[in-house]
Every structure is written in structure tokens, then in C-alpha cells.
Design a protein around this ligand. Structure first.
Ligand SMILES: [Zn+2]
Length: 345
């Protein structure tokens, strides 16, 4: 199956997206790029139908559709963030040709609604150029209203682009990619694999609670499918720091305190010979990380902590991740959802 993804709008000038509390053009790309990465990691054929610049709105739309049609995409997804004149409107909605409620559209809507947005449902997008002119079955997703305070708050609290890309990805897995069975098995295998290593190490070194380690591994490596997991055997995004082992170069996406994102190009990441080495090094890193030559340990409160809620929060508080909502996501999206505490004994 070939899936065309269009990160809605151009970056500037004609065709640019709405500017609300967050910038539509920026976030369509954050979501879309992450979604494309997930699809590619799962070996789905993905065509990037994003157009960054155009002489007119029409030219932008024509170009996006042309890319999709030339690649014979079977499914086309255009990602957007909504806006309304009074900034009061809220919720998630998707558009299809004739408002047809096909499975993927309904599923995307309900997965996005699960993040906390109100579900505005599947609507008739026959009038939209990218829906009307693509040969593929087309879905235009309006994630939420980028000019509504409440919606943006929900978006950010849910985990921003990570959570939205994940929601769309899950919806596609359940409906069109048809790998769900295989994926569920792989998930189970992945949890057990990391869980056993984390559990054995906890028995031995009492550094970091296994449920937290497994949740981190799942979140950071997208169940072992991320570029770092595949090419560098790294299940966690740990930067080089004082590491003397192998490294892997890849851009890093960081979040500032004000919620905006920036890229650090060619960041050096730790690379390993195996996932097991990655898990053990992650724990060693937590145990030893110090920024003052060993006088104080950065993750001291976390070490040996037997409460997963506290442990996840300490991780974030002590500066493990810049992404807002990291700890809450570990707790809700992984530890509790997949009952990872079974490894905590
Ligand atoms: Zn839009």
C-alpha cells in the first residue's frame, strides 16, 4: 500500500497555514514527519506530498495532488490544524469525499478524540481540492483548533506531535495497513525482551524501576522501530556526553520551555552492539550521570525508587527529557496501559 502524506500548507507566503497560539504550518510538519517516519519504519511505502513554497494557494494544492497521483498513492492524508473566526471552536474532525465514513477516517477521528479533543466527526470534504482531485482515497485531518486555548492545551498535554502521529498511526494500523495482529505480537515480544533485561538488572543493581525502563524504551524507540533502534541498537535517545563507545549521527528535535521546537543538527548519539547493551547502559547512565565531576548525581532521587509514578516524574524533573509531558506519557500511555508493573518485582 502506498500512502501519500501531505503536511498541510506551505511554510510561508501563498498557501501558508493558520497562525493561532501555535503555528499550523509548523505543526502539520512536526506531526506529518513523525507519522511518515513511523510508516517508513514499518516498511509502508510513503510518499511525502508536502509542498513548502508555491506562487499561489492553487499552485500549492495542485503540486501536492500531482505528487500523490504520480506516485499512484492509494491513500492520501493531508494534515491540518483548524482555526475559527472567534477562536471558540474546538475539537478534531476529518474530511472525506462525500463525507464517506470509511474505516480509516472514522478510526483517525476516534483515536484523536481519545487524546482529549471533542470528536466533531467525519465531514464532507468534496469541495476541498486535495480531496476532490486525488485519485487515492483521501482524508483531510484537522487535528484540533490551533487558535483555541483549550485545544492547544489538550494537544500539548497529550504529547503534541508524538501523540498525534501515534494516534493516526494506530488508526492506520487497525484499518488499512493490516499488520495489527503482527504488530501486537511484536509489541508483546518487545515488552518481554526489554522487561526481562530491566528486571534482571533491577534485581542486581536497583537503579531504575523496570516498568519505567520498559516504558521509556517503547516510547523512545517506537517499539524498537526507530532509526536509532534499528541502525544504532539504541532504544533510548541518549546523547554522547562522556561516552567513549560508538556513536551515531542524527538530528535532534528539542523542545524549549515555551513549548516551541528547534533542531540540533548532526547530534551525536550513543550506539551499541545490541539492545541489551543499550538497556544496561541506560541504567548505568541514570546511576552515574553527573555534571559536576561526580560530586552530585543528577538522578539521585530516582535511583532505587519503587514507585513508578514518582520515578517517572523524577526522570523528567531531573532533566532527562526536554519534551513536555514526558513523565505523564510514560505513566499513562505505557506503564498503566500495558501493565508494565508486572516487571517490577
Ligand atoms: Zn489547514
Amino acid at each position: 500500500m502506498v500512502i501519500g502524506i501531505n503536511c498541510g500548507h506551505t511554510l510561508e507566503g501563498p498557501g501558508v497555514g493558520a497562525v493561532g497560539i501555535i503555528n499550523e504550518s509548523e505543526h502539520t510538519r512536526l506531526v506529518g514527519n513523525m507519522l511518515m517516519r513511523k510508516l517508513m519504519d514499518a516498511d509502508v511505502d510513503v510518499i511525502d506530498c508536502t509542498v513548502d513554497r508555491a506562487v499561489s494557494q492553487e499552485a500549492y494544492l495542485e503540486k501536492a495532488v500531482q505528487i500523490a497521483n504520480q506516485a499512484a498513492a492509494e491513500l492520501f492524508i493531508s494534515i491540518h490544524f483548524n482555526a475559527s473566526t472567534e477562536h471558540h471552536a474546538r475539537g478534531t474532525e476529518v474530511y472525506t469525499y462525500g463525507g464517506k465514513r470509511h474505516l480509516a477516517a472514522v478510526s483517525i477521528c476516534s483515536h484523536l478524540a481519545k487524546l482529549g479533543f471533542s470528536n466533531r466527526g467525519v465531514k464532507d470534504g468534496s469541495g476541498l481540492y486535495v480531496i476532490r482531485r486525488t485519485k487515492a482515497r483521501a482524508i483531510l485531518v484537522e487535528v484540533c483548533f490551533c487558535d483555541n486555548e483549550r485545544d492547544v492545551e489538550i494537544y500539548e498535554r497529550a504529547g503534541s506531535q508524538d501523540a498525534v502521529a501515534d494516534a493516526i498511526w494506530e488508526a492506520l494500523c487497525e484499518t488499512v495497513i493490516g499488520k495489527e495482529g503482527k504488530k501486537e505480537r511484536n509489541k508483546e515480544e518487545f515488552m518481554c525482551f526489554v522487561g526481562e533485561i530491566a528486571h534482571a538488572d533491577w534485581q542486581k543493581r536497583r537503579i531504575i524501576l523496570p516498568s519505567v525502563v520498559v516504558a521509556q524504551a517503547i516510547k523512545e524507540s517506537a517499539w524498537g522501530t526507530s532509526e536509532l533502534a534499528r541502525k544504532a541498537n539504541a532504544l533510548f535517545g541518549i546523547k554522547k556526553n562522556d561516552w567513549n563507545g560508538k556513536i551515531y549521527l542524527k538530528d535532534a528535535l528539542e523542545q524549549k520551555a515555551d513549548g516551541s521546537y528547534y533542531t540540533v543538527e548532526q547530534t551525536q548519539w550513543r550506539a551499541y552492539d545490541s539492545w541489551e547493551e543499550s538497556v544496561l547502559d541506560h541504567n548505568t547512565y541514570i546511576a552515574k550521570r553527573s555534571t559536576d565531576g561526580g560530586r552530585t548525581l543528577r538522578y539521585a532521587p530516582l535511583i532505587g525508587c519503587t514507585d513508578y509514578t514518582l520515578a517517572a516524574r523524577y526522570l523528567q524533573e531531573c532533566g532527562y527529557a526536554t519534551a513536555q509531558g514526558y513523565a505523564e506519557s510514560l505513566i499513562k500511555d505505557y506503564i498503566e496501559k500495558y501493565q508494565l508493573t508486572k516487571f517490577d518485582c
